[in-house]
Write a protein that binds this ligand. Sequence first.
Ligand code: ZN
Length: 183
Amino acid sequence: MGGFGSGRHGGRETTKDRYALDIRRLRWESPLTPGTTYIILEHQTRVRQGQWESRRDMVSLDWTDCHLGGRRAWFICPLCGRRVAMLYCGHVFACRGCHDLRHESQRENEEVRAFRRADNLRRKMGWIPGIAHGFGSKPKGMHWRTFARLASQYSIHVCSALAHAEEAMARARKTLGRIGGQN
Ligand SMILES: [Zn+2]
């Protein structure tokens, strides 16, 4: 794969890229009895392009008291031992930090930030707003060196913004594919 924007820009996966187990939903689907100390997660995993492998991971649970009474369950991340509500699929189910996942919103923010920076530079150079208008010319009275610096900063922000936008499109296509029953 590795389409436009993979690698240098926003290479890290986000929480949306992984199958997630939410302890609060788990309670709904198969109620956990307060005091249960562990659950077994059965899943299929494969390392890189290798063979699929069935795994049975034991995940410890912890319980805390709720403000409104009752008790709520938490996963204990098998890798770092932290108490978490969500575990993400990988070779093992583990927390967001252990899988080095970003929040989806963090990636969106990066896209928005890159577009905003590009816009600010356009304004500085007196170009028509909007990256669709392409490059403009050097404003009168601006040194060529300054212009070259701003223009190169501008292209970096545009590349980054487009890469994030491209990633978002790819994810949307993937979702639509799933809804349509394709792969
Ligand atoms: Zn962890």
